[in-house]
Design a protein around this ligand. Sequence first.
Ligand code: AMP
Length: 176
Amino acid sequence: MSIETLSAAVRNIPDFPIPGIQFKDITTLFQSSEHLKDLSEILFERYRDRGITKVVGIESRGFFMGPALAIQLGAGFVPVRKPGKLPFDIIEETYTKEYGEDTIQIHADALDKNDVVLIHDDLLATGGTMLAAYNLIRKLGVQKIYINFLIELEELQGRSLFPEEVEIDTVLKYSI
Ligand code: AMP
C-alpha cells in the first residue's frame, strides 16, 4: 500500500474546532485494519535498527500508535501527560500556545541516561507541544532522542523550532 493511499484515508474536517483550521482526523485511517497494519509496519521499519529503549507518547493521540510501536521495537512505553494525571513524582515543562499556556508532565523516574528515546505524537503543526516534550525529556539526561509524527503540516514549519541534529520523521505530509 502506498503513502498516497494512507494519506487519502485521513479525513479533512474544515473549520474544526475553530474557523480556519483544517483538522486532520486520523480515526478514518485507524479504523481500517489494512491501513493500521501498513502504518504500523512503516513505523517499525523506520526505527527497528536505532536501539530505541523507550517510546514516549504525548497525551492523548500519541497513545494510539505509541504502545503498539513500543511492542514491535521491544521497547518500553512512557506517557507524557497533562497536569494532575500522573500519580508519582513528576517533572514538568510549561510552554506558550496561541492562547495562553500549557503544561506537560512525565514521571521523574521514567527515563534515565541509558535510554534511547523515540517521542511520538500524531501531528506536527506549530511544533510547540513536541518542543516542550523534547525539552522535558532532555532534563532526564537520556542518551539520544528521536522524534516521530504520523502527520506533518509542512507550511507551518514546526520542525524549524528544533536543533538541526534532531532527527524528525513524519509519515504523511500535507501542505496544511
Ligand atoms: P502543535 O503544538 O501546534 O504542533 O500542535 C500539535 C497538537 O495539536 C497535535 O498533538 C495535534 O493533536 C493537535 N493539532 C494541531 N493542529 C491540528 C490539525 N490541523 N488537525 C489535527 N490535530 C491538530
